[in-house]
Design a protein around this ligand. Structure first.
Ligand SMILES: Cc1cc2nc3c(=O)[nH]c(=O)nc-3n(C[C@H](O)[C@H](O)[C@H](O)COP(=O)(O)OP(=O)(O)OC[C@H]3O[C@@H](n4cnc5c(N)ncnc54)[C@H](O)[C@@H]3O)c2cc1C
Length: 390
């Protein structure tokens, strides 16, 4: 069987789905999306989907801000739901981070982001019983919150399909075909799909497809754990808390539950196999999450452990995205390395990738900081915080 498409997207995570939607919305409908399993079956389906705008690096703050506006207008723009819960999001700031946080908030307000510096008293009003003696202040984003990642991705895909995009599940891309330095097609188990444009949004599996093209870059998979607790007694709905002192986050969940996103105390360990990692949460992660939760919210000492899971971040060594068109393979666009914060940016990244395909360049933002060249030149985006890369 031999077929053709103007554009082939490899990967049905939120990035591939958003790109399919944006291409179709702009009238490019001869698009085929290949997903090796099911839509949102990869890391996207396990995302905590926090929609935070607090980034000390301007490009991320802008992408998060514009994407958040898209999430707020999701139903009108896409036609389906994204499960947005606009509960607000607070960032707990320690004394060492006070000045960078002030600069960050100033930069964000200049962009138009609704964010403010708040005293500890406001954090106590927002959260009730919260320990603040190791904090200096808070930052509060009233418009932020979290979304539902599977629903979001499905909604993008549903609308893209309605507009004419072919979405083929259980259809892996086995090889990207290149002749004379140009993309000519994609080999799948059903035959060759001829195309001159491939958007590769295959998350931690990206290197499997680019290595044979003699294109290699440092991308690793890291196993990350999320732990679920039931609050000891029903409490009023709370905002998300990003705890910069303890390097973790607390995300409310239905039925008076809370997800705790726990970082590995050994730092970034990027040695997981995305096809063979242990998806269960470990006892030591549960213990660590309980300590973090009880430290910040003393009533959580009586919380009930309800479960959790492990999932994969796709990480570059500098922890920044890769969004680029490699010079050696014309017609190939890469979008990967979104680590633990791609979901919130997906609307804008899909739009930018569609611009790159249709207009020859991304128009709505300068994506140079995410180029592959940086691994050669050593030019790395630097944030304002000492212990946090963004
Ligand atoms: C535990 C966890 C918590 C997170 N929390 C947040 C958060 O709070 N906020 C936030 O913004 N982000 C968060 N993230 C990050 C965010 O979820 C990811 O950055 C984002 O979902 C990445 O989407 P993607 O489409 O690039 O990749 P993926 O979800 O990895 O999708 C890639 C897809 O490609 C498919 N694929 C791979 N190889 C092939 C092939 N050869 N042929 C066809 N298909 C292929 C895979 O099956 C997969 O479905 C979190 C991630 C995790 C794991």
């Amino acid at each position: 069987m031999s077929e053709t498409a103007s554009v082939v997207i490899v990967g049905g995570g939120v990035m591939g789905a958003s790109t399919a939607f944006h291409l179709a919305e702009r009238g490019c409908r001869d698009v085929t999306l290949l997903e090796r399993q099911g839509v949102a079956s990869g890391p996207t389906g396990h995302s905590s989907a926090l929609l935070r705008q607090h980034y000390s690096i301007e490009i991320y703050a802008r992408l998060a801000y514009e994407s958040l506006q898209f999430y707020h207008a999701f139903r009108e723009r896409v036609g389906g739901d994204c499960g947005l819960i606009r509960c607000g999001l607070a960032v707990a700031i320690g004394p060492d981070d006070l000045e960078p946080a002030r600069e960050t908030v100033r930069m964000q307000q200049a962009i138009g982001i609704q964010t403010e510096f708040v005293p500890l008293e406001t954090l106590r009003d927002l959260f009730g019983e919260i320990r603040t003696d190791d904090l200096a202040a808070g930052v509060f984003e009233a418009m932020s919150g979290y979304a539902e990642p599977v629903t979001t991705t499905m909604s993008f895909v549903r609308r893209a399909r309605e507009l004419g995009v072919r979405v083929l599940e259980d259809r892996p891309a086995l090889e990207i075909l290149v002749a004379g330095g140009r993309v000519t097609g994609v080999r799948t188990p059903a035959g060759i799909l001829h195309t001159d444009t491939v958007v590769l949004a295959a998350g931690p599996w990206t290197l499997d497809l680019v290595r044979p093209l003699e294109l290699d870059f440092p991308l690793r998979a890291s196993r990350q754990q999320v732990v679920l607790f039931g609050r000891p007694e029903p409490r009023r709905p709370q905002p998300v808390l990003v705890d910069m002192v303890q390097a973790c986050y607390f995300r409310p969940e239905v039925d008076h539950q809370v997800f705790v996103g726990v970082r590995n105390p050994a730092g970034v360990v990027a040695d997981a196999d995305p096809d063979r990692y242990d998806p269960r949460v470990n006892g030591d992660a549960v213990e660590r999450a309980a300590i973090l939760a009880t430290h910040r919210f003393p009533h959580m000492e009586r919380a009930e452990w309800r479960g959790g899971y492990a999932a994969i971040y796709d990480l570059t060594p500098d922890l920044h995205f890769v969004i680029d068109r490699p010079r050696t393979v014309e017609g190939l666009l890469l979008a990967t390395g979104f680590s633990g914060h791609g979901f919130k940016h997906a609307p804008m990244i899909g739009r930018l990738l569609a611009e790159w395909v249709l207009d020859g360049q991304p128009k709505s933002a300068d994506l140079t900081p995410f180029s592959l060249d940086r691994f050669r030149t050593g030019t790395v985006l630097r944030g304002r915080y000492a212990r946090w890369p963004y």
